[in-house]
Design a protein around this ligand. Structure first.
Ligand SMILES: Cc1ncc(C[n+]2csc(CCOP(=O)(O)OP(=O)(O)O)c2C)c(N)n1
Ligand SMILES: [Mg+2]
Length: 328
């Protein structure tokens, strides 16, 4: 996709949309207005926006337990997502799934997922379907550094490489799995190098530089659309919140969090790039405010929605697919 000033401003806006969505979700979760668990990726916006904003509607994506941004930017409506987080009947998945089970199949969103690594075999199956139908859609498969060691990830990457499937494996390497640093979980912390073992291209990218992410994702997407197979992107980034909103975070050094927040923030950094290209500070502030207002309005709508009726508890438990003449 072409990069010009309008696209750059849109990337800036999308990073703010993700941040505003998640900051409000975190605040309202702490206030007791949202159910379940909420994992936010505040600080990781460039690693989502630079990739997923290049997706077409007909492309697919998986998302992890920290997947609000992916779901939002692939096209789900913020108000339906908040309603889902609030357990409301009109939520994206009828209020049954919450943060870690948000899917929107019409938009190609295969779902956030509470099981580490479980998105990869799903992505692999969907990509096999795309290849079988001779389409040029692609699948984005998101996972974190911690879950990069799950068996399903290795199996999917190996098979995708062998069958030349159209997948972009996107590892958001925020350097921790819960509280465990990557240095304690892997002897080789250069995750992108693993690509060689699968016979596919791998790139290690500054995941807080939205333009660098955009560029490397563009190469991987082109390759996948042309039928040349999968790629692996390791996007190095950082999250500011604890693993899950409301949990203690005593093991990550406070100075480390502060350093990333104050000197490497993806939105601040990109704002400076834009200002160097004569975009006014007021324009950037207006974009920020518009996204805050957008999310507040969406949240207010969600809070007025009804909870599901108890009689619905057994609905949608099984599919209606006919299997060998039986309805299961
Ligand atoms: C199969 C499985 N094992 C363990 C967990 C518990 N768990 C949830 S998130 C997490 C850490 C994930 O780290 P990473 O993949 O780096 O993603 P991040 O949270 O940093 O975004 C763990 C161990 C789980 N949900 N599923
Ligand atoms: Mg991690």
């Amino acid at each position: 996709m072409e990069m010009n000033k309008d696209t750059m401003l849109d990337l800036y806006r999308q990073m703010w949309r993700m941040r505003s969505f998640e900051e409000l979700a975190a605040t309202e979760f702490k206030a007791g207005k949202l159910q379940g668990f909420v994992h936010v990726g505040v600080g990781e916006e460039a690693s989502t926006v630079g990739v997923i904003c290049q997706a077409r509607l007909t492309d697919y994506t998986t998302a992890t337990h920290r997947g609000h941004g992916v779901v939002l930017l692939k096209g789900a409506e913020a108000k339906l997502m908040y309603a889902e987080l609030g357990g409301r009947a009109t939520g994206l998945c009828k209020g049954r799934g919450g943060s870690m089970h948000m899917a929107d199949l019409e938009k190609g969103i295969l779902g956030t997922n509470g099981i580490l690594g479980a998105g990869a075999p799903i992505a692999m199956g969907v990509a096999l379907g795309i290849k079988y139908k001779k389409l040029d859609d692609v699948v984005f498969c998101y996972f974190g550094d911690g879950q990069s060691n799950e068996g399903g990830i290795h199996e999917a990457m190996n098979m995708a490489g062998a069958l030349k499937l159209p997948i972009i494996f996107v590892c958001t390497n925020n350097q921790y799995g819960m509280w465990t640093p990557l240095t304690k979980a892997s002897a080789n912390v250069d995750l992108a190098k693993r690509a060689e073992g699968y016979g596919i291209p791998g790139a290690a990218v500054d995941g807080n530089d939205v333009l660098a992410v955009w560029e490397s994702a563009g190469v991987a997407i082109d390759r996948a659309r042309k039928g040349e197979g999968p790629s692996f992107l390791e996007l190095k980034t950082y999250r500011y919140y604890p693993h899950s909103v409301g949990l203690p975070d005593p093991w990550r050094p406070k100075e480390e969090i502060e350093e990333w927040r104050t000197t490497r923030d993806p939105i601040d950094r990109f704002g400076k790039v834009l200002m160097a290209q004569d975009v006014k500070q007021e324009t950037l502030e207006a974009i920020e405010k518009e996204t805050v207002d957008e999310m507040q309005e969406a949240f207010n709508w969600a809070m007025q929605q009804p909870f599901p009726d108890v009689t619905q508890a057994y609905q949608d438990v099984y599919t209606n697919l006919a299997v060998e003449g039986r309805t299961v």
